[in-house]
Structure formats: C-alpha cells, structure tokens
Design a protein around this ligand. Structure first.
Ligand SMILES: *[C@@H]1O[C@H](CO)[C@@H](O)[C@H](O)[C@H]1NC(C)=O
Ligand SMILES: *[C@@H]1O[C@H](CO)[C@@H](O)[C@H](O)[C@H]1NC(C)=O
Length: 484
C-alpha cells in the first residue's frame, strides 16, 4: 500500500500526458543534491566498489517518491563521509528501464541496499522495507557497512605487527568492545592500503607496548623500524583520514556527487533525458540499445589467479564442464572483448535462471604450464574443459557475444569437436583450509557477521552492536560525530 503499483499502461499514460511539459522526465533530485544519481551506465562501477549503497528506484511522477525525497536527502547528508552512498535511479529514464526491470522493481519507490560481497563483482543486494525515514534508512545502511577492522588481543598483537613488517598499519586503542562506523569507514577507505585494527583497553600487554594512557588513541605505524605516530586531533573522519594519508593514498569514493558531476557520461545522460522528454514515444518497447546495456550491467566473470584454484574449480577428476578464458593479467582490447562477451552470456542465462556451466577468467601468467599443456598460443584463448570426462574443446572465432554464444550453445547440446584433455593438466584438490595457512594475509579480514557474534558472546550486557549506533537524536547529529 506504500508503493505505487507499477502498471506499465498507467506509466505510459502518465508519461504521455506529462510529456507536453518539458520537465516530465526530470529527476527528483537536483544536481547539488547529496543523493547520487545512478544510471545504467555507472551502476556497474558502483557495485564494484567497496562502499555500501542504498539505492532508490523511483519515477519522478510518483507521489510516494516525492514524499520520500526530504528524508532520503537527509539520510544522504547524515551518511556523508562514511563508506556509504545514498543513490537513486530514475526508472522513467529510457536508459534505466532495463536496469529497473532486472532489479525486479515493480512499484515506486523500491529501496535496496547493496554491499560488496565476498567475491568481487558479486554484491549482496537486499530489499529495504523498513520505515521511510532518514533514521530508518541510515540505520539500515550503517548496519550493512562491511567490517574490515581486525580486533586484536594481547595474544595476536605480535603476529599482526610482524605480518608484512614493512607496510603501514593503524591501530585504534579504545574502551569500547564494538567497532564504530567511523573506524569501519576508515578501514574501507584504506582497504588494501593500510590494515586497520582496534585494541581494547583491557588488553594490558598491547596497551603497554604502545604506552597508551588515554582512550580513544589512534596510532599509525608507518612500517619497518619507523617510529609510530600518535594522532592528536579530534575523532572526526576528515582529520583522521588526513592523518592516515601520510603513509598511503585512500581509495577514491567511486560515486561522490563531485566525481559524478565531473563525469562526462553524466552530461550525455542529461542530453538523452532531454531528448527523451521531447518525444512522446510509448515506453513499453525496449530501447534500441538494449544489447550494450546488458553488456554493461553484467558483472565480470570470476577470475582464477592461481594454478591451484584452477585445479580446485575445473581441473580435478570430479570437475564438470568449465569454460576458461585464458588472458594476460594486463588486459588488452581482445581480452576485454572476450571477457565482456562471456559475462554478458553468463548474465543473460542467470536472468532466466537457466543453468550454465561456470566461466572463469584465467591469468595466463599464473597457469603457464596448463596453458602450454593445452597447446594454447596467442593472447586470448577460450577453451571448454571437462576433467571428469576428459575432454577439451577449443574455440576459434571472433570474440563477439553472438559468435561465442553459438559455441557455448553447441557445447550445451553436446555438438562440436572434442579432443582428449591432456592428463598432465589434471591435479588434486587442495582444500581451502590448507591453502589459507600459506596465505595468512587473507585471513586478516573480520566480517561484520563475525564481529556481531564476538560481541554477543563477550558482552552479554550489550543487546547487539547496534546499541553503539546512532540513537533517534543522533540522526540529527550525523553518525560521523559519534564517539569512538
Ligand atoms: C577496494 O578494495 C581493494 C582492496 O581489497 C582495493 O584494491 C581497491 O582499489 C578498492 N576499490 C575501490 C574502487 O576503491
Ligand atoms: C620491523 O623490523 C624492524 C627491523 O627488522 C624492527 O626494528 C621493527 O621493530 C619491526 N617492526 C615491527 C612493527 O615489528
């Protein structure tokens, strides 16, 4: 009852009758709005970032959408500076119709949270059905910001310090057992640049090691034998970000309103919008450019970057059919085209929930012996393998989606020439737990779910970690000012 039920005929009628007005397709959100406007073009870039998003799918003519606008803009202001973005997609814009359809939008407004998943390019998308208030939205988004802050105890501080001794690290000493949104945001801004950890005051040894006397205290270790730096400023994001920037560049925010207004695509979109508003064309025919849109929306296929992973996924005696795209690690035009075609085909099948064998990008450099054993030469090579049945199929043709899809279809139908898969490429599966030991750096991440559990176990008095998050009044004072 809250959502305007989406009725294509009605939508067409509404658009048709409004199209006389020059503003019929105008966005609900002004250029200087804190709400970031997302289109089918930049959506892909958005989902591949490390930020958490709330996205409103709306139509400018929808009354509930207009009612939400002030609260939505307020939520955007309150989340400013955190690793979260409040975004909106105008589903009335021809260019975005397919995106809105794929996202299962059936009424306006539809709100969804999107956060990075474990695998790059596979974000976790959830419906937001909470209250349509700034506080409701802020709480939901804050709740979804991934936690990459490692919580250290006396036991593991040494190993944290000695891992990659030469690279910088940051530690917040705090009296709190929870991880603040501010620290989570800093950890995301410096993801892959500076690992961020926190240590509680009750960890006596760790606190002594750094001579910590007051809380909260942020310490920056520049790496190697360089002396540690103690942060003296206020516990506010911009100053803390600057402090940490002394030793490493933070990742850019992919969707700041600023970055977007600089974006040339943004200008083109506006031209399109105004062109669209001049025509009174019906809106239920798919736009002519539906093909390239599908290509842009498709998430990249997963990449396999070690020979062992390749064995685990596709080259052991139990592996079913896999399609492998061997490409150089540094992509060139040919590999980009081949990969885009594969992701488009995979995406297309996923849309209709048709089962298809997995596609993987394989870096030739990391699987050089397999590359050789399969008799491959050249820059980009597509093969299909089935190690269980011992066959191999080469692809030769251009890398357009059409041509590659014909080949894939032939494999699905069991047609086409097969060769024997060389024995040499088949290996033994090594379980992840075993490989994890050889890659300690990858186990450093603490996911939000883990920390929730830790919190509930170690602090039964606290209802949940959310207790530390903004209270109703705090929505007025944005969470960036929260105490650490
Ligand atoms: C996301 O984090 C990774 C490290 O895990 C980093 O290499 C990458 O640059 C970040 N991406 C963006 C868009 O900031
Ligand atoms: C890193 O190594 C240097 C020299 O080997 C040593 O002086 C320093 O204390 C080490 N730093 C940490 C944080 O372990």
């Amino acid at each position: 009852m809250h959502a305007f039920n989406f009725n294509p005929a009605l939508a067409v009628a509404a658009v048709a009758c409004l199209s006389a007005l020059p503003t019929a397709h105008a966005s609900l959100y002004a250029k200087d709005s804190p709400v970031v406007q997302v289109t089918a073009k930049n959506y892909d870039k958005l989902i591949k970032s490390n930020y958490t998003y709330v996205v409103e799918f709306y139509a400018p003519w929808c009354g509930h959408c207009k009612n939400l606008q002030p609260a939505y803009e307020k939520a955007a202001r309150n989340l400013d500076g955190l690793a979260a973005t409040v975004a909106a997609v105008n589903c009335d814009d021809d260019e975005n119709k397919q995106l809105c359809g794929m996202m299962g939008v059936q009424g306006f407004p539809t709100l969804k949270t999107i956060r990075p998943g474990k695998n790059k390019g596979a974000p976790v998308i959830e419906d937001y059905n909470g209250p349509r208030t700034a506080k409701g939205i802020v709480d939901a988004v804050v709740d979804k910001i991934n936690n990459h802050v490692k919580r250290l105890t006396d036991k593991d501080i040494e190993s944290f310090l000695s891992t990659k001794n030469e690279s910088a690290k940051a530690i917040l000493f705090t009296e709190k057992g929870t991880t603040s949104t501010l620290l989570k945001s800093l950890a995301i801004d410096f993801l892959g640049v500076i690992p961020v950890a926190q240590v509680r005051n009750k960890e006596a040894k760790a606190n002594q090691l750094f001579g910590i006397k007051s809380y909260p205290t942020l310490v920056l270790l520049p790496g190697g034998d360089k002396e540690s730096l103690v942060y003296q400023g206020e516990m506010k994001k911009p100053a803390m970000l600057e402090f940490l920037s002394q030793v490493g560049e933070p990742n850019p925010d992919p969707a700041t309103p600023k970055a977007q207004s600089k974006n040339k695509a943004g200008k083109k979109d506006k031209e399109k919008i105004s062109k669209a508003s001049q025509s009174s064309q019906s809106t239920d025919t798919p736009p002519a450019e539906s093909k390239p849109a599908l290509r842009e929306l498709a998430p990249p296929i997963p990449a396999v970057t070690s020979q062992q992973d390749l064995t685990n996924e596709c080259l052991n005696r139990k592996s079913p059919t896999c399609v492998l795209a061997f490409v150089p690690t540094a992509h060139d035009d040919g590999s980009e085209t081949a990969l885009a075609s594969l992701s488009e085909i995979a995406f297309k099948h996923a849309q209709v929930q048709r089962h298809l064998f997995p596609f993987y990008e394989v870096h030739e450099e990391s699987a050089a012996s397999v590359f050789q054993d399969l008799g491959l030469t050249g820059k980009v090579q597509l093969v299909a393998v089935n190690a269980k049945r011992g066959w191999l199929r080469h692809y030769d043709g251009d890398f357009s989606a059409l041509s590659v899809e014909n080949w894939i279809d032939a494999i699905r139908m069991g047609e086409g020439a097969k060769e024997k898969l060389p024995e040499a490429v088949i290996g033994e599966v090594v379980e992840e737990s075993e490989t994890a030991e050889t890659k300690p750096a990858e186990t450093v991440e603490v996911k939000i779910e883990d920390s929730v559990e830790i919190e509930i176990e170690s602090e039964p008095e606290s209802t949940s970690w959310q207790g530390a998050e903004p209270t109703p009044e705090a929505t007025e004072a944005p969470p960036k000012h929260e105490e650490l």
